[in-house]
Each structure stands twice: as C-alpha cells, then as structure tokens.
Design a binder for this molecule. Structure first.
Ligand code: TRP
Length: 360
C-alpha cells in the first residue's frame, strides 16, 4: 500500500501531485527522446503539439513500431474507455492524439468499451446504464474526426465471444500472485476484477489473431493504464504474439487542483455536454495554483486546447509578469472552451446516426 499522502496511481485511482518522471522509472518505461521525436517527424511532417510539449512523453517499443512501419508494415492502434458517465476534457487528450496517429499512419483503431469493468467496480452501473454511455461516449469519440472505415468498437459484453478465447489463453499465463502485486488486489477484491484485466489485454492481440500474422499494436493512453500493458507484454511472448507497444500521456488536472480530472468528482471536470453558463461557473470557481505550471487554466490550454506554441508561451509569460489577471484569464478560457464545445456538440448531432450504425 502507498504511504499516506503519497501519490496513488492505479488504473482506478489517481490522486495527489504526480511526478511523471518517477512514474516512468517506477513502471520501467522509456522517455520519448529528441531523437525519437525526429524519427516520428520524418514520417509525419510536423510534430503534433502533444509530442512537442511532452504531453505524450514516455513509451515502450515505439521505435520498433516505427521500424516496422518504415519497412512497409501496418500496425493497429488500440485504446478504450469504461462507459460509466459523460466524457470530459481529460478524456479528449489521449483521444485527440490517437486521432492524429490514425490520420498520419493510416492505422485501424480498436476502441474498447469495458462495460464489464464498470459493472464490476461500480454499484450504480447496470447493463442499461452502460449501454447508454457506450453510445454517448462513442459519439464523443467519433466527433473528434476518427475515420469510421478504420475504427472498430469492441463492447466487452457484446463481443465477448471473440474476446473470450483470447482472454482465456491470457488468463492461463498469469498467476493470482502476479495480479495481486501488479494491481494491488487482495482477498477482498471481487473475483471478476481479478479476471477482468485479461479482457482489456485481449484486443492487443486481436489483429494478429484475425489475420494469422503478427500485427503490432500501439496503445496510446494515460500512464495510469500502464499496469495492464506490463502484464500483457509478459504474456505476449508465451502466446507467440507481438508485444503491444505504448505511448503514455500525462493526465489533465482537475479544476480544483486534483492530479486528474475525474468523473467521480464532477466539480473537477468539464464535460462535453456542459452548457456555456456551467462551463463559465466551473472555471470561475477553479483553483489557480498561483503559478502557470500548477494552474489548471494554463494546463488546459497547454496540454489540449492551444496548438500555437507562441500563444501558449505568451500566456505563460503574461501570467508570470502580471500582464493578465486570473479573472480575465478564466473568462478567456471559458470562451475558448465554449467555442470548442459548441463545435463539438454540432459534430455530435451530425454523426450520431452513423455511430449508432457502427455499434449495431
Ligand atoms: N480501463 C480503461 C478505463 O477505465 C478503459 C480501457 C479499455 C482502455 N481498454 C483500454 C484505456 C485501452 C486505454 C487503452 O478508462
């Protein structure tokens, strides 16, 4: 168990101030170095702002994925979401980056909805609620501009017949003691949670399984999900599949200074469905941290909303030198967020029918 007050980072809980470099050390991942960035740039032209700014900052085997791609090979992308509530700005960080990867590498995306996981860990999510959030969240995802031809949803309870044989083989290769050590499960953990990680691991191997050839998989996700991939990589070798590669992102802080914007603490989050007045009120009431490096207002711009480096730098300097006060900065951010969400909601309305078809 973690010390009291120390940051807690498991897939279900992210609290406290996060030292992202220490996480990389603790999880044994590699930094995305300037050399690796150069390599990516050679394939993609301009570097995405989330790479330029180290929002996605750590990886495993991204170099191997690039080697494979350079040699003419294809790879798939895989990410996902537990459908238990509305999508907030924090979710859009990895998704926006994933969309960029799909566009520049032309990769197919598997997007998993872990409705089973939500039912196992929450008391207020039943099949009906999960089904509702699958559709709503899928609409949010596709509104970011993913290619419907190259995107496939996996809803665990619906697609279990394809996942289960894979999950079984994965489960056979992992002991309970490994699961306890990796995820912190105890004798009181429910039985389903012990098995569930095999369902999240399974899509890493789906493309290889379907084609009968090794198809590498790259998982862009928040670093809080890393535990799954460490387990999956261990098992990959035993099962004869390529080890899944990862790129790890930082998490968007909450409005009230929490390390992560979190649906379970609604006042920390701006949802895509929040009406403009609510967005204004939430931002007006947010903590500023007294320095741009600790201020959610600055972080939302830097990590997600402001692509222009010069604009981001100007705001940083203005904030420190008193060229802009917090009230004005908050009002401007609320405007930016509302403009963004207005466009997002319009796209949501336009594509809803298409997404319903994708989920049929
Ligand atoms: N467990 C994740 C969550 O609670 C959802 C998820 C499933 C996921 N598969 C994934 C996240 C792959 C990242 C990558 O949100």
């Amino acid at each position: 168990m973690a010390n009291k007050g120390a940051p807690v980072v498991t897939p279900w809980e992210v609290k406290g101030e996060i030292d992202y470099d220490r996480l990389m050390e603790r999880f044994g991942t590699e930094p995305i170095t300037p050399e690796l960035l150069e390599r990516i740039k050679r394939h993609t032209g301009r570097l995405h702002h989330m790479l330029r700014r180290g929002v996605f900052y750590s990886h495993r085997d991204l170099d191997a994925i690039l080697d494979h791609y350079k040699g003419g090979g294809r790879f798939v992308l895989y990410t996902g979401r537990g459908p238990s509530g509305p999508v907030h700005l924090g979710h859009l960080v990895p998704w926006t980056f994933t969309r960029h990867l799909q566009e520049v590498f032309g990769s197919k995306l598997f997007f998993q909805f872990t409705d089973d996981e939500r039912m196992l860990i929450r008391d207020d999510v039943d099949e009906e609620a999960a089904g509702h959030w699958v559709l709503e969240n899928a609409v949010d995802l596709m509104a970011l501009g993913f290619d419907p031809e190259k995107t496939e949803f996996i809803v665990n309870t619906r697609h279990v017949s394809e996942l289960y044989p894979l999950a079984l083989r994965i489960a056979k290769g992992i002991t309970c003691s490994t699961m306890r050590a990796a995820f912190g499960f105890s004798d009181d953990s429910n039985l389903g949670m012990m098995f569930f990680p095999t369902m999240q691991a399974a899509p890493c191997f789906l493309a290889s399984e379907r084609t009968g050839e090794p198809v590498p998989c790259l998982v862009p996700a928040g670093i809080d999900q890393d535990t799954y991939w460490r387990i999956t990589r261990d098992v990959a070798r035993k099962l004869g599949y390529p080890k899944p590669a990862q790129v790890h992102g930082r998490m968007l802080p909450g409005l009230t200074g929490d390390a992560k914007m979190s649906s379970s603490r609604p006042l920390t989050a701006i949802y895509t469905t929040d009406v403009p007045e609510l967005v204004e009120r939430k931002i007006a009431g947010a903590d500023t941290g007294n320095h741009p490096a600790r201020c959610p207002m600055y972080q939302y711009r830097y990590l997600l909303l402001t692509e222009d480096d010069e604009k981001a730098r100007e705001l940083y300097v203005d904030c420190l030198e008193g060229g802009i006060d917090c009230r004005e900065c908050k009002a401007r951010l609320a405007e930016t967020v509302n403009r963004f969400l207005g466009r997002h909601r319009r796209r949501r309305r336009l594509i809803r029918g298409g997404v319903e078809k994708m989920l049929e």
